[in-house]
Structure formats: structure tokens, C-alpha cells
Design a protein around this ligand. Sequence first.
Ligand SMILES: [Mg+2]
Length: 120
Amino acid sequence: MVKVLLVEDNPLNMELIIEILQSQGFTVDKADDGEKAVIMTEKSTYDLILMDIALPGIDGIETTKKIRSMPQYKNVPFIALTAFAMAGDKERLLNAGFNEYVSKPLDVHEFVKKMEKYRK
Ligand SMILES: [Mg+2]
């Protein structure tokens, strides 16, 4: 089972993404802000992190930097969920430690295809 942590503050996006991931066979835990995500990643180990960028409190970029700095998360894939997927932001996301990003609003078909490669 591939264990995913989904960090998203929008309940509708959260629900949609969980539904898709579960239908693909992923096990999903959720956090609705960055602080909770950091605590959860300290307590448990995830195989994949899906991270919204715009979060209340510490944003997705800062949260990712914090989690990435833990040795057990050095090689875990991080996928940004972002509403502002412009050229400059892509660079910023990759520099922050993300492996790739998914644009919102979510293209379900594209998202499913993107997640395929993370299934084991
Ligand atoms: Mg958000």
C-alpha cells in the first residue's frame, strides 16, 4: 500500500482528491494545514506527499521545506497542488523541493494519469 499524506485546506478539493486516490488503491491521510502536516510526518512515514500551496498559517512551500529537512523525507516525492502554475512559480516550486505540480482546478483525467506512476 502506498501511503499518501494530502495537505489541503479546501474541503471540496480534499474530498475529490481523496476519492480519486482511494479508487486508485492509495491509502490517504489528510491534514488541513501545514502545522498538522509537519506533526503527522514526524509521527508517521509517508510514501508520497500532496501539498496545497495556499494554506492558512505556514504555506505549502514552507511546510515542504520543513518536512524535506527530515532525513526520512529526503527522497519522498512531493507534488504541489497549485492554482498559480506559471513559469516563475514552477521554478519556485522545484527549488522548494517539489518533484512536480498539479494545477487547480483539477483535471481529473490528467491527475489520475499522473498518480499512476506512484502506485506500487
Ligand atoms: Mg488552499
